[in-house]
Design a protein around this ligand. Structure first.
Ligand SMILES: Nc1ncnc2c1ncn2[C@@H]1O[C@H](COP(=O)(O)OP(=O)(O)O)[C@@H](O)[C@H]1O
Ligand SMILES: [Mg+2]
Length: 505
C-alpha cells in the first residue's frame, strides 16, 4: 500500500545530542497514529522535522509516495500538514477569528469579508465539535479552547494530516474527552492524525496504531488492538513498570486538620464550603473530584496564598490559619503546585538554582550565610540522575526544559527538604511513566516514614493507586469519604457528580 506519510531513516543532532537516530515512521491514510515515548525520546523533534521547522541531518520524507522537501512550515502547510504544538503559538490580544485567519482570506474569496470568514469558521466548529467563541480574545480562553483554535487554524489552512504534540498534557479529563470527540470526527472525515502522548489509557483509547520511540530510536510499530497497555509501557521505557510496594498503614495522629473551612474563589463566593477533614501522619489522603470543585482554592488556602474566610487549619497541632507561606513551609509543609509554569519555577534561572530554592539558606547547602556551590552542584547532579531529568547539565536554564522535566525538578526540590506534610497537586500531570513511577514511590516513602501526603489529583488511577482514604469534593463540599478498600472508579464517579448514598440506591 502507499502510505499517507513515510519518514525514512531520519537523523537529527543538536551538538552532541542525537535527538533522532535513523527513525522510521509509516502513517496510513485516515488513521490515528500514536507516537509515544518518554520525555526526551525525540517525538517533538521528529514532528518539527515533518512540519518543516527543523531540517534533518539525514533521512527522507514521503507524502503519498512523493518525496517532500520542507524548508519551512509554509511548505508543510502547502502540502496539507498541520501541527498543534505543546506550547501554543497564538497572539493573546487578538480574537479567535483574527488568529485563525491572519494572512489567509476565506476560501475561494478574493475579497476579505468578515461574514464569509465567520460562516466558514462556524462550519468547521460544527463539523468537528470545536466550540470556541470566535470574537473572544485568545487571552481570555481556557487551555482547551486555545487548543481548539490551533486545530481550527490548521483545518482552515487545509490540513489533511494533523500532528497533535502532547495535546492532553495540560487538559482536564473532561477537555480530553472533548478533544477525543473532535479527533473521531476528523478521522471520520478522512483526516490523518498523529497523536503524541505517553499516557497509556489515552493511547489505547484513541489510536489505531502505535509507534514507540526510545532515546531517539524507533522501537517499533504495533496495532493498538493487538497489544496490552503493559506491552506499550514496555516499548516506551524498555523494561516492565514496577508495581508499587505499599507498607501496611500505620498512622500516628493528626498531621493536618481542616475545620469548617470556607474559602472564596475568583468568581465563586464559596469555592470551599464548610469543609472539614483530617490527614493523619503516615497516611495518604486522596482528594478526588471533577476539576473546578474547590480543589485549587483548597490547595491555595492550605499553602497560604489565598485568604481563609472562616474556619481553621492546624498543621501538626499548631493553628496556622493566619500564618504566611514561609512560616508554613518552615513548619514542615511542602507543596508540589499544579501550574508549574506560573508557580513552581523561576524559568530564567538555572536548574541548580531552582533545585536549592528553600534550602539555600540552611545546612548543608549553606552555613553561616555562605552557599556551598560545590555541594549544591553535586546534589543537583544526583537529583538529575535519580529523576531522569533530561538536560545536558545543572547549569541549563529551567525554562529550556520540557514540561515533564520541569515537574521533576519541583518534586525533587520539595521532597528533598524532608517535609512532614506534602500537598501534592496533580504531581504527575504531563510527566512520563518512568518519572511518574519514581514520584509515586517518593510519595509512598514519605508516608511509610510517618509523613503525610494530601494528594489532589484528577487522575483516578493515581488516586486509587496511592491513597489510604479518599475524600471526594463536589461544589466545595465533601460529597464522600471512603477508605481505599471501599473505593472503586464507579463509586468515586458517583460522588464526583454529587450523587450521595441516598440517591445512588
Ligand atoms: N533545540 C534543541 N537544542 C538542543 N537540544 C534539543 C533541542 N530540541 C530537543 N533537544 C534534545 O533532543 C532530545 C529529544 O527532545 P524532544 O524531541 O523534545 O523529545 P520529546 O518530544 O520526545 O520529549 C532531548 O534530549 C532534548 O533535550
Ligand atoms: Mg515533546
Amino acid at each position: 500500500m502507499t502510505y499517507e506519510l513515510e519518514l525514512k531513516n531520519i537523523t537529527k543532532r543538536f551538538g552532541p545530542v542525537v535527538a533522532n537516530h535513523n527513525v522510521n515512521l509509516q502513517v496510513a491514510p485516515g488513521e490515528v497514529h500514536a507516537l509515544v515515548g518518554e520525555n526526551g525520546a525525540g517525538k517533538s523533534t521528529l514532528m518539527n522535522i515533518l512540519y518543516g521547522l527543523l531540517q534533518p541531518d539525514e533521512g527522507e520524507i514521503f507524502l503519498r509516495g512523493q518525496q517532500l522537501r520542507l524548508r519551512s512550515p509554509l511548505d508543510a502547510i502547502e502540502k496539507g500538514i498541520g501541527m498543534v504544538h505543546q506550547h501554543f503559538m497564538l497572539a493573546p490580544s487578538m480574537t479567535v477569528a483574527e488568529n485563525i485567519a491572519v494572512g489567509n482570506p476565506p476560501k475561494g474569496k478574493r475579497i476579505w469579508r468578515n461574514a464569509d470568514l465567520a460562516s466558514e469558521l462556524q462550519s468547521l466548529q460544527d463539523l468537528f465539535e470545536l466550540s470556541v467563541p470566535l470574537e473572544s480574545k485568545v487571552q481570555d480562553l481556557s487551555v482547551g479552547q486555545m487548543q481548539r483554535v490551533e486545530i481550527m487554524k490548521s483545518l482552515y489552512r487545509g490540513a489533511k494530516i494533523i500532528v497533535l504534540d502532547e495535546p492532553t498534557a495540560t487538559l482536564t479529563p473532561q477537555e480530553t474527552d472533548e478533544l477525543f470527540q473532535s479527533i473521531r470526527k476528523l478521522k471520520a472525515s478522512g483526516h490523518t492524525i498523529i497523536f503524541i502522548s505517553h499516557r497509556l489509557k489515552e493511547i489505547m483509547e484513541i489510536s489505531d496504531r502505535i509507534t514507540a520511540l526510545r532515546a531517539g530510536e524507533t522501537v517499533g510499530t504495533v496495532k493498538t488492538s493487538q497489544v496490552t497497555p503493559t506491552e506499550v509501557a514496555r516499548m516506551m521505557i524498555g523494561r516492565d513498570v514496577a508495581t508499587l510496594e505499599k507498607a501496611p498503614l500505620h498512622t500516628q495522629g493528626d498531621a493536618l486538620r481542616v475545620h469548617q473551612l470556607c474559602v472564596s474563589g475568583d468568581t465563586k463566593d464559596r469555592a470551599v464550603d464548610d469543609l472539614s477533614f483530617s490527614l493523619q501522619q503516615g497516611e495518604i489522603l486522596g482528594i478526588a473530584g471533577v476539576e473546578g470543585n474547590g480543589q485549587t482554592e483548597l490547595a491555595e488556602a492550605l499553602i497560604g496564598v489565598r485568604p481563609i474566610q472562616s474556619g481553621r487549619v492546624e498543621l501538626l497541632g499548631a493553628d496556622i490559619t493566619r500564618r504566611g507561606v514561609r512560616q508554613r513551609m518552615d513548619a514542615g509543609l511542602a507543596h508540589i503546585p499544579q501550574d508549574r509554569m506560573r508557580e513552581g519555577l523561576a524559568l530564567d534561572r538555572t536548574i541548580l538554582e531552582n533545585l536549592i530554592v528553600g534550602t539555600h539558606d540552611v545546612s548543608p547547602v549553606s552555613t553561616h550565610g555562605v552557599i556551598h556551590w560545590n555541594y549544591a552542584a553535586q546534589w543537583s547532579r544526583e537529583a538529575i540522575q535519580r529523576y531522569g531529568i533530561k538536560t545536558p547539565n545543572e547549569q541549563e536554564k529551567a525554562g529550556n526544559l520540557s514540561g515533564g522535566n520541569m515537574q521533576k525538578i519541583i518534586v525533587a526540590r520539595e521532597l528533598s527538604r524532608g517535609p512532614k506534610v506534602v500537598l501534592a497537586c496533580q504531581p504527575t500531570r504531563g510527566v512520563d511513566i518512568g518519572a511518574s513511577e519514581y514520584i509515586h514511590q517518593q510519595l509512598l516513602h514519605i508516608r511509610d516514614a510517618g509523613g503525610a501526603v494530601l494528594l489532589i489529583s484528577a487522575d483516578l488511577d493515581e488516586i486509587l493507586a496511592l491513597s489510604d482514604r479518599i475524600l471526594v469534593l463536589f461544589n466545595g463540599k465533601a460529597s464522600g469519604l471512603l477508605r481505599r478498600e471501599e473505593a472503586n472508579e464507579a463509586l468515586l464517579g458517583q460522588y464526583m457528580f454529587g450523587l450521595g448514598e441516598e440517591e445512588q440506591k
